[in-house]
Design a protein around this ligand. Sequence first.
Ligand code: PXP
Length: 249
Amino acid sequence: MLKLGVNIDHVATLREARYRGLTHGEPSPTEAARRCEVAGAHGITAHLREDRRHIQDRDLWQLRAAVQTRLNFEMANTPEIVAFALKLKPEIVCLVPERRQEVTTEGGLDVVANEQALTETRKRMNDAGIDVSLFINAIPTQIQAAAFVGAQFIELHTGRYAEYFADESECEAELQRLISGAQQAHALGLRVNAGHGLNYENLRRLHRVPHLVELNIGHSIISRALTTGLSTAVKDMLQLMSGYPGVSA
Ligand code: PXP
């Protein structure tokens, strides 16, 4: 069965828009994670960015205590965040680029250029019992380098596939790259996840990519939750207002 990891960063983005700098506020990423798990999600993904633009340190500690499925910690390969991950002990980390020089032209991690540093971090994580995934584009040299690093997983970057979904030939070309990337990774003994930009429209076509273990999806699920949940939210507020004793004009 293809598994779903829900990325809850966007829940924190919404909270930070109103409560930045405070230690409380809504919506709660942990509450969102609980609801995702109850609905059947197989894992929860959160990215602690170096600039802390959405998820905060405290969110990760709360998530660590609350998540019953699998916590996937997205992170840059920097000393501060590596030390944090080793304390947090998620089930898996996904190493992602945050700085320009760590990024390939298409947007994934440049494993070829950072092979040694990534291998060191991979070993430290594995020694602590944490699996390692590398977020990369479906480029043969990057996939080969991910195997050299000794990662357990790669996460294929589906951003370009999603971006060009309406353009038949570009989308098909990108799909073919994802298909051969997944085949190559599988042959090298890597397990294959995928994510970025996947939504309710473009997901079905991705079924053609073989060997997929898990999809990490955030924005489209959180966006849909806003519209599907809006009528209940409005009704609940109207209910609270209904006891108003004053006389309205
Ligand atoms: N996978 C990785 C490595 C990501 O960085 C992101 C975006 O935070 C996602 C998956 C989810 O992307 P989206 O929010 O577009 O579904």
